[in-house]
Design a protein around this ligand. Sequence first.
Ligand SMILES: Nc1ncnc2c1ncn2[C@@H]1O[C@H](COP(=O)(O)OP(=O)(O)OP(=O)(O)O)[C@@H](O)[C@H]1O
Ligand SMILES: [Mg+2]
Length: 370
Amino acid sequence: MAKRGGKLVMEQVQKRYHKTVALHPTSLDIEPGEFFSLIGPSGSGKTTLLGTVAGFVPPTGGRIEMDGVNLAMLPPYQRNIGMVFQNYALFPHMSVFDNVAFPLRLRKLGVAAVEERTRKMLATVRLPDFGHRMPSQLSGGQQQRVALARAAVYGPRMLLMDEPLGALDKNLREELQYEIKAFHRQIDATVLYVTHDQEEAATMSDRLAIMNAGRIVQHGTPRHLYEHPTNAFVASFLGTANLITVIGKPESGEAEVRVPTANAGLLKAINTIGQGAMSEACVICVRPESIRIETGEQAKVCANSNRMEGKILDATYTAGTFRYQVQVGTETEAPVAVRLPSVRQSDMLPRGTNVSLVWPASATLLIRKD
Ligand SMILES: Nc1ncnc2c1ncn2[C@@H]1O[C@H](COP(=O)(O)OP(=O)(O)OP(=O)(O)O)[C@@H](O)[C@H]1O
Ligand SMILES: [Mg+2]
């Protein structure tokens, strides 16, 4: 992680457009040098939040500080914040060198300093020999690296990126994810990054926040959010989650919960909901890779595990993994997704096989439905 960069503090920041609430009052701290991502579905408020920090969306309430300075006092160009957008927005009539040098010349740096810093930044984005080219002579990925260089060349305390890889194809996107990470390690800037791609966010970020309908629903490290989601939205937004409806209101602490699935009845679960919130509707969340499949005689119940009987509805192989859809209970209930690494199994079980699904109670989370 980069050692330096701005510290961002948002307190109850909100944005309304007449009756539309684009951002509900939101508080968030981002640490110096951190790589922090916002993810969420379209319209959830990601660009709005970014815009309040950049200065092109005036908030209708709250306070934003960088390094203790109230940003409301500063116009966008004085905030010491660089931006990269999805559409590269390079100046088409300027060479690559002049594009990257532009922010330095705007700040009236001397010719020698402009030359040195522009060359250094072009080398950092691995385009040292591209200075004389025009943007139209570059590939999409190269253009985006120039945009990155231009945003960071004057040494801003913070870099904001709004879906910078959104226009690129999958392979190039993955390559540039690692490049942007490496780039971040070389510069001294905090990064606030927007994407709707959860894998991209998990790959790149120290921490991330999941947004829905103008709110941050949960934030934390990628691993924490995947393994300890607090509600069904977060659980299903990050990866695949098997969500099973819970009947009635369970007690707090470690719990046995009743589920409608005919042959399961009771499941042992870790209750992640505090005592005060027990009146809320709950679901059980089990990740597909937590579940083991057993066939025939070998299945036995163990004290700290759960078990359900089912029948394989669908079986596929992708990239080293068997993916099963298993029907448990009635046909109206969603099938359970199971993922097993193929190297540890022999053959893929065919459709129609009767199986037992077994998984530990410790991988059975009782979470909020909403
Ligand atoms: N200028 C505006 N006037 C009115 N409503 C707006 C305006 N800008 C954004 N909104 C609304 O605010 C909400 C949040 O929009 P925002 O652009 O922040 O979403 P987003 O998460 O960036 O979505 P996407 O992934 O599609 O880019 C949306 O409902 C949007 O319609
Ligand atoms: Mg957006």
